[in-house]
Design a protein around this ligand. Sequence first.
Ligand SMILES: Cc1cc2nc3c(=O)[nH]c(=O)nc-3n(C[C@H](O)[C@H](O)[C@H](O)COP(=O)(O)O)c2cc1C
Length: 325
Amino acid sequence: MWKLGNIEIKGRIVLAPMAGITSAGYRKYLNSFGVDICVTEMVSDMGLIYKNKETESYVTFDKDQVVTGVQLFGSNPENIKKATEIVLQLNRNIDFIDVNMGCPVPKVTKTGAGSSLMLHPKLAGDIIRAIKEATNKPVTAKIRLGYNEVNFKEVIKELEAAGVDAIGIHARTRKELYSGEPHYELLKDLRKEMTVPLMVSGNIYTLDDAIKALEITGAEAVMVARGGVGNPFLIKQIKAFYETGERLPNPSFLEQCEYCLELAKAMVEEKGELTAMRIYRSIAPKFFAGFANSRTLRTVLATSLTTYQSLINILDEFKQEYLKM
Ligand SMILES: Cc1cc2nc3c(=O)[nH]c(=O)nc-3n(C[C@H](O)[C@H](O)[C@H](O)COP(=O)(O)O)c2cc1C
């Protein structure tokens, strides 16, 4: 048990924010596997201020039981403060506000937002202070190791001085984007040096990845990102291990078919069939990545999904093949 501000958190699993993926439907389904905290896709402060309808749609979801934060991005403390007020008007059930200080995409960094804030620790702190003026709810930040150079310790000190309630860190620099091994060795015993809870992120694909990341860093929680795409059961495996010490076996092919269909259903309910299935072409193949002879299935899913029924048909056909093997 640990605390995010005044909120009690029982377990150690955060569903990490991923733009274009962690929509309300995606979160709702993955949360059902035992997530403790989840975060929306990143939301533009200016989009909210200009009342952009698509931006607002990231905030106006029906929240489930899981502690949920809205992640904002921006570079101007006053604008982020205004955006926070708007978020809380649009959805009173939001539990906390998170600030994106890690996004490496040029469209974001050139405005001074995302990982650019790693270059300006004082400004990063001022952003946290401004949000705190707008709300009593917890405020968190998601940072990287640094922009080009590693400077996360300096940034953490500024954020703590500003009153941040917890920090998530992706163990890569902006320059490294999303590839290569994350540098957990640089985060060794980091939590001991901090005054607030720590959540760690980077290549969490298996239970052992999660155990290692938590052990090295001493963090309260681990963030499941790409490793949960096509493998929601990873969340249950981490949860079971930390609750009972049990190591649950990986799901079977038939179980993955079920999970794949259930997530598709949640996304269709949220986005409508056409949009959901277009997005699902990049998600569905991931459910079968580890299985022998799955290449054709993955190609068919990536190219031929049109409707929910087409997903059922494709999986039925391959289930027959699979049962013959
Ligand atoms: C497609 C994609 C979108 C992402 N979008 C966000 C985002 O909106 N906000 C954020 O803080 N991190 C974002 N991230 C970073 C993830 O939350 C996570 O920190 C990163 O992927 C490292 O974890 P992993 O190696 O386990 O995937 C994104 C990552 C990916 C792959």
